[in-house]
Design a protein around this ligand. Sequence first.
Ligand code: ARG
Length: 434
Amino acid sequence: MRPHGINLTPVVGRPFVDPMARSKVVLAYSGGLDTSVAIPWLREEKGLEVVTVTADVGQPVDLEKVRAKALASGASSAYVADAREEFAAEFLQPAIQANALYEGVYPLSTALARPLIARRLVEVARREGATAVAHGCTGKGNDQVRFELSTQSLAPELEVIAPAREWTMNRDAEIAYAAAHGIPVEATKRSPYSTDENLWGRSVECGVLEDPAIEPPEEVYAWTRSPMEAPDAPAYVELEFDAGVPVSLDGARLPLHALVARLNEVAGAHGVGRIDHLESRVVGIKSREVYECPAATVLLDAHRALEALVLPRDLLAFKRTAEQRYAELVYDGLWFAPLRTSLEAFVTATQERVSGAVSVKLSKGRSTVVGRSSGASLYRAGLATYAEGDRFRREMAEGFIYVWGLPSRTWASVAEPTASVAAPPVAAPPVRTT
Ligand code: ARG
């Protein structure tokens, strides 16, 4: 079992022997090629001492290996932490309550992890007395925007360095640079795809996906079985929510991060959660993105279904518009901005009654809500039924429609207006009064 909580204990590597104390930079470090090359690059090109920070947000990572690699690549110390609980409680929970889907389809898996990582960078920068933070993003994506806007909100005094935006190395040049600096480059097979993973989903881009006219090949998927190869027999999952937060799966109470991880397995096995999106990036580029978000797909479907049972119509409709704005703010890197935090306060206030159970059927790539119940249900059988026991006062409908339709009848009674003629004095429309 991996340790939980914040581990702020660095392991000290090569002590820096320069008598002149160098300024420090805190680098968001994944252990991959770009961020590994960034370590000697920051030392040599910028003359900085490099401290790395790696957060486990549910990606397949061996934190101790990453720590060792950071130190071997020239970091003076390497912070690693299991941030899965924090990611789920502080980022996924509000995203679920807000039904956050960018452009109606993307559950924001990559986007949600960035402000968490930025917050860690700032914490370590303050602790280490660093003057700058750094990330490995290029100049064309959303993630640079998210890291930098988050950092600016939390620590406006810190400089941000983006080595991969400055250097002109391509991948082969980076490999040569790594080799020249004694950085171990894994002999893994070279994938044409760029991927990012955490508890909330897996993002895939590049390679053949850059042609949006072509169906993604099966090889881009890693978390989901092809719907065609999914079991013929559907699976049912029972979810329980407490104030908008999923608290149990098939009767077992689980912390959110564990529930999400488990549900990714179950729903992924049925091919649920594949998303093929033509996305509008914040930097103005249209790009083709493929996502695998099995748990997010199921949880958002279930959560919306429960809200439909317990929230009144006007609140639901208003919340849907706020949700769309909320998702854009998260996508655009504005997690720490006052509009996002204020919308979160609104969303939290709406969730008090969003408690109950939802059954979801998983079958051949589809997740379908098939049952819902709640102690706060607004459903009244006596009002809804067409069978025995109907208590709705039908005779009231006529009067309701008379009043509700009054503006429509008045509008319709006005003759087709002609632009050049001044409107005649208002004549009383033929309104039925009895
Ligand atoms: N387009 C997505 C986003 O902006 C995902 C980017 C993920 N990065 C990657 N290397 N695949 O949130």
